[in-house]
Design a protein around this ligand. Sequence first.
Ligand SMILES: [Zn+2]
Length: 255
Amino acid sequence: MARQRSQGTSRAARARTGRPGPPPLPRYERVMVVTAHPDDAEFGAAGTVARFVRQGAEVTYVIVTNGNKGSSDRAMTPERLAGIRESEQREAARTLGVARVEFLGYDDGEVEDTRALRLDVARQLRKWRPDLVITQNPHRTYNLYASHRDHRITAGVVLDCVYPLARDHLAFPELMPEYEPHKVREVYLMQWERPHLVVDITETMALKLAALACHRSQFDDFAAVEARVRERSAALGKAHGLTYAEAFDRIQLPR
Ligand SMILES: [Zn+2]
């Protein structure tokens, strides 16, 4: 599917470079990215996040697990790994200009669709009141890394919290009066197969890679990771005439 027609062409970018720049993204005051693990946001959406930050959006990250299983080092403990991954994620967020990172502290690999998690996610939505929420793909695909069970469950819970749990005052009465109901306007789901929305990240690719490189505990060979990320982003962009892209399904909620 073609990119959003409403995006138009950036005259400023064209004047600067002599080439058409990326079409502007829709404007949002507040954006929230909810992912299962430290590094998921960088893999799936960092180029887009950097563009929203450049457009003046305030971006909040919510990370559901502490990533305490993501190591092949036999001497590593879950406690030590959780601390390392939290500081790597904070550094990546700073690199992108993300305003804050909230960690929900669930165990890596054990995310379940529970009332406790729905309450925690609904609280974050009501607290930071994003116009746009970016999350993972709730569906099983045969891309096993992308459709990790923590990703699918996190994305499903986020959608349930966008509607109806963060929106309705009678859902989670214990959140009131501190956390008033909140209506999200739009959701982007990270998606590579026939996505609704392809975002040009050519100008923010370097920032995406710099943020991704902060997750040092996850990469023995960052050059190989960088090559894979460039290859996938280029493949996503190709059909749309873009050098690098990230892709999403887009859900707009009627007012
Ligand atoms: Zn993950």
